[in-house]
Design a protein around this ligand. Structure first.
Ligand SMILES: C[S@@+](CC[C@H](N)C(=O)[O-])C[C@H]1O[C@@H](n2cnc3c(N)ncnc32)[C@H](O)[C@@H]1O
Length: 198
């Protein structure tokens, strides 16, 4: 099948999809990330720079599935991205999207309450490098409403926890998040009769 990997980053997921036999189209805002993905995927797949906040230049009804891992939360407004996914998908197609969990413990930068859609930030230390990243948090209803507005239905929700292998490798970092909502993954479906519904 043909899969769009939206916000493909350095291409780990695109590489996995290619290894499963998929034809992969990947887009990312960052030219550096696209270069990393092309290097990692070594001539397989088709990757280009694109901004998910503007309509993606993809053939309508040309892909079977969309993956978008931890990228949508950089956008305040999801209508363009989700609209692009719905247009690019064949009727009956799927989308698997991961996000920060809406019930995760509030970040220190969060000013509003649970029901607010708000720009927050988090600071990560990786070795000697410190990065402050800004992203949008929103309540569950705003998330599911945006999916529905684009024509998607929610089929499954996963709330992943660290695997035993990951816990054994990173006991300090990951021990603290066991039992705590952290990430959430949605599997969405575009109804097969979406054309009649529109
Ligand atoms: C946390 S990384 C996730 C990368 C990859 N999906 C993964 O799971 O390994 C988020 C990615 O989203 C990309 N991104 C952020 N805003 C974007 C936008 N407006 N359009 C396209 N990509 C964007 C970033 O450049 C980054 O590569």
């Amino acid at each position: 099948m043909t899969v769009l990997d939206a916000g493909c980053g350095s291409g780990a997921q695109a590489e996995w999809l290619l290894d499963q036999g998929a034809d992969v189209i990947g887009v990312d805002l960052s030219a550096g990330m696209i270069q990393q993905t092309e290097r990692r995927c070594a001539g397989r797949g088709k990757f280009f720079v694109a901004d998910l906040s503007t309509p993606l230049p993809l053939e309508p009804r040309s892909v079977d599935g969309v993956t978008c891992s931890l990228a949508l939360h950089y956008l305040r407004d999801w209508s363009s991205a989700l609209g692009s996914f719905a247009r690019a998908l064949r009727p009956g197609g799927w989308a698997v999207l991961s996000l920060d969990h809406p019930f995760a413990p509030p970040l220190a930068t969060q000013q509003g309450g649970y029901f607010d859609t708000e720009l927050v930030s988090d600071t990560w230390q990786k070795g000697h490098v410190q990065v402050t990243q800004h992203f949008w948090r929103r309540p569950l209803s705003a998330t599911v409403d945006a999916f529905a507005d684009a024509g998607f239905v929610v089929e499954r929700i996963a709330e992943p926890q660290p695997s035993a292998e990951a816990l054994a490798r990173f006991p300090e970092e990951l021990g603290a998040v066991v039992g705590v909502p952290n990430f959430i993954v949605y599997r969405l479906r575009l109804p097969a009769d979406i054309e009649q519904q529109r």
